[in-house]
Design a protein around this ligand. Structure first.
Ligand code: ADP
Ligand code: ZN
Ligand code: ZN
Length: 746
């Protein structure tokens, strides 16, 4: 027997299979990880992708597989197929696509299994009483023995014995010698959120909307096909639909994946599932400790769990027999991985569903333009929940024109109306959320004499002031510098911070309400592993009355006691040079507003803006997705933006600007020549440009781009194919990636 192996070296030159002989007696199946000799390297890890009866190579050139790393395939056959698809779509090596399929810690065997010791009685239950009596003279031994006797199954973890009896070890060892007990080492799996409270909850009676949606969804799960878009307003009870659908899946003996857009949202979803689902839910995301991730992965791989909850990378969960994949808040950009290998978890979900006979459910209160357009064409079946549970009203949104506030002499960050709303909410004993798009204290630091703006040395981006360290930090590369006392450009002392960030909001609130406990949730306060879950739990328990935060608190979270939401600055995102800025603004505002009034008291939202007439803000204030969608589609059609067109870009990064520029210009010429030869493609091209990226430098790399905007027709994929071919041949010292409708155009 022979096998084809992909070695775990992610380099173009070795991006193909190598043939090895399977030694006598070694049991191999595709997807198993093996050690093989490779060139002069004695041993590298690899994944078996195929087995073969024979091989064309001369026998002396074929070497043996050294050994296997596990006795089961680490990469399931369907995930092997998925890795091939990722390689083809994102133009990465198969080795790097395969690395997505098992925890990084398994490579190089960097994690070890954990064991727990158990004390187990070995005497027949019928004679235990006699044995206990015989130990009368040795009270410690008798205590250990009787503790084990009383325990279920006549066994206890040694840990428990220690807690209960203190000094248990010597007596237990004697019992073992006497043949009455033994100590067993058993493997145990570390589990994230283990300490989380489990509130066993009854099923609520479904609303009509929920019942209708489930009556379409469940037959699809049973039939193992179908792709759905659930458009349900904030607070319409989408989670309940998920729970019931996943439960049905489990009844059918199938498994499910539930993806949430942010790690911050996993604890809440896990809590819901743990308290309602009956069975346990596994968790997969990048903030787990290496040990936890490895153990969760193995629990899933062994078929011990029915549902996996996690962020983007949980789409690779090694589940078999999938019946349903749910993507909550499907409009979120975080489903796109922007480092290599690039992938869109929503696309992979669809591929997995089609290949594995599962139903796909995308859900959102603000579906992405692309998905809603696909539902319009019938590629996705639209399911709707237009009302909140129990006919709770949508929150009342007050739009506040900040230009008027300024005219009226109010220069603080809060308008009179917002402050009053906050006072009223606190007075009624409720909780409030204050949302601001930016972490840090201010958005930038600038000199009032000469206009100089402090920018990062490595990035073409202004630095953000962080008051707790009195320092400036770059949010792209993380570099820091002390706050300058005078302008580095002209020496003027009038250098100060402008704009508003979360720290500033927190500080202002503390000044205004010194006795009210405030929590802040942003990238800076959630660096440690469990910080997300802890902050959410503390706010839910009422330890704080006001939660200040960034997008992290904008979506998905369900805090029944929150009746007031303040959006401190609604327009920051509107001004980004991106065709999706209106869509992003609408989504974010609608989601934030949706945090208010989710239980029995109605919600109030205060939205501060300098641009109250903008259609995105207008529609968000009415929570009117359909009218936003209609207007935005008209605009996109007129301006020829996706979904009517597709935008592909080649992004070049190099240490020196000239390198990036030269490579981009060369690519531009090649692409131009290519299109020149293909008149049938050229007529669909709207624009083909080469230029420096809007953010010219990130992390010390200069950035140039070639952008192609072309009508979205199947034939136009050919142009994208050419671009990715060009991307592979970028000059030395320059990296190039090809992106289609990239999540960020910066
Ligand atoms: P969405 O995700 O659609 O914004 P959630 O799923 O968070 O909404 O539900 C909003 C609130 O309504 C939650 O507190 C949830 O417990 C509650 N809820 C959902 N379905 C029902 C139901 N059938 N009966 C009563 N309460 C419900
Ligand atoms: Zn200056
Ligand atoms: Zn930087």
């Amino acid at each position: 027997m022979f096998c084809q192996v992909i070695v775990d070296i992610a380099h173009e030159d070795v991006d193909h299979v190598f043939t090895y002989r399977v030694p006598q007696g070694m049991k191999l199946t595709p997807g198993m990880r093996v050690h093989v000799p490779f060139g002069r390297i004695k041993s590298v890890e690899g994944v078996v992708v195929e087995l073969m009866e024979s091989c064309d190579l001369p026998p002396q050139r074929v070497r043996d597989v050294t050994d296997t790393l596990e006795d089961y395939p680490a990469v399931l056959p369907n995930l092997l197929t998925l890795a091939h698809q990722i390689k083809d779509n994102s133009f990465c090596t198969l080795a790097s696509a395969l690395r997505l399929m098992y925890p990084a810690q398994m490579r190089g065997e960097r994690v070890s299994n954990r064991y727990k010791e158990y004390a187990v009685l070995t005497v027949d239950p019928a004679v235990r009483g006699q044995v206990l009596a015989s130990q009368k003279r040795a009270p410690k031994r008798a205590k250990v023995f009787s503790a084990l006797m009383e325990a279920e199954g006549g066994e206890l973890p040694c840990e428990t014995l220690r807690e209960q009896l203190g000094d248990y070890r010597a007596p237990l060892q004697t019992l073992c010698k006497m043949g009455f007990a033994r100590i067993e080492k058993r493997e145990y799996l570390r589990s994230p959120y283990g300490a989380m409270e489990r509130l066993a909850q009854e099923d609520p009676e479904l609303t009509h909307q929920q019942r209708d949606v489930l009556s379409t969804l469940i037959p699809a799960i049973e039939a193992g096909r179908g792709a759905f878009l659930l458009y349900g307003v904030t607070g319409s009870g989408k989670t309940e639909v998920f729970i019931r659908a996943v439960r049905r899946c489990a009844q059918l003996g199938k498994t499910a994946i539930v993806l949430v857009p942010e790690i911050a949202l996993t604890p809440q979803m896990v809590m819901w599932f743990r308290s309602r689902f009956g069975e346990d839910a596994a968790v997969l995301h990048s903030r787990l400790s290496p040990g936890e991730r490895y153990d969760e992965w193995r629990r899933i791989r062994r078929g011990e769990v029915r549902v996996v909850i996690g962020a983007r990378s949980a789409i690779f969960a090694p589940l078999e027999n999938i019946g349903l994949i749910i993507i909550d808040e499907e409009h979120e950009q975080s489903y796109i991985a922007d480092s290599m290998p690039r992938y869109d978890a929503r696309e992979l979900a669809q591929l997995r569903c089609e290949a594995e006979g599962a139903a796909l459910l995308l859900a959102s209160a603000t579906p992405s333009m692309l998905s809603f357009a696909r539902a319009g064409r019938g590629d996705l079946t639209l399911l709707e929940m237009p009302n909140r549970v129990k006919n709770r009203p949508m929150p009342d949104v007050h739009v506040i024109d900040m230009r008027e506030e300024l005219k009226g002499g109010n220069r603080s960050i809060f308008s009179g109306a917002m402050l009053e709303g906050l006072r009223r909410c606190l007075g009624e004993g409720k909780q409030a959320i204050l949302f601001i798009n930016r972490r840090g204290y201010s958005t930038f630091v600038s000199c009032r004499s000469c206009g100089y703006v402090v920018t990062c040395e490595n990035c073409d981006i202004s630095m953000t002031y962080h008051s707790s360290e009195n320092a400036l930090r770059c949010h792209y590369c993380g570099s820091e510098m002390p706050m300058p006392k005078v302008c580095p450009e002209c020496g003027s002392p009038y250098i100060k911070q402008f704009g508003v960030g979360t720290q500033r909001v927190e500080e202002e609130v503390k000044k205004l309400f010194p006795d009210v406990p405030v929590l802040r949730m942003d990238n800076d306060t959630t660096r440690t592993k469990d910080a997300h879950a802890e902050l959410i739990a503390r706010f839910r328990k009422g330890e704080a009355r006001i939660l200040v935060g960034t997008q992290m608190i904008a979506k998905g979270l369900d805090f029944p006691n929150v009746t007031m939401v303040g959006i401190v600055a609604a327009d920051a995102m509107l001004r980004l040079p991106d065709y999706r800025s209106a869509e992003r603004t609408f989504q974010l505002l609608t989601q934030v507003a949706g945090r208010a009034g989710r239980a029995d008291s109605p919600g109030e939202v205060y939205l501060q803006t300098y641009d109250p007439e903008h259609y995105a803000i207008e529609a968000a204030s009415r929570q009117d997705y359909r009218s936003f969608f209609t207007l935005e589609m008209i605009r996109r059609k007129q301006a020829l933006f996706p979904p009517y067109t597709l935008i592909a870009r080649l992004l070049f990064e190099a240490d020196h600007e000239e390198q990036a520029q030269a490579a981009a210009q060369e690519a531009h010429r090649r692409l131009e020549a290519f299109l020149e030869r293909r008149a049938y493609l050229k007529k669909f091209v709207i624009s083909l440009r080469v230029m420096a990226c809007p953010v010219k430098r990130i992390k010390g790399k200069s950035r140039w781009q070639v952008t192609l905007r072309i009508v979205d027709k199947p034939v136009c994929q050919e142009a994208v194919g050419e671009m990715s071919a060009i991307a592979k041949t970028a000059a030395d010292g320059c990296t190039c990636v090809c992106q289609v409708n990239p999540p960020s155009m910066m």
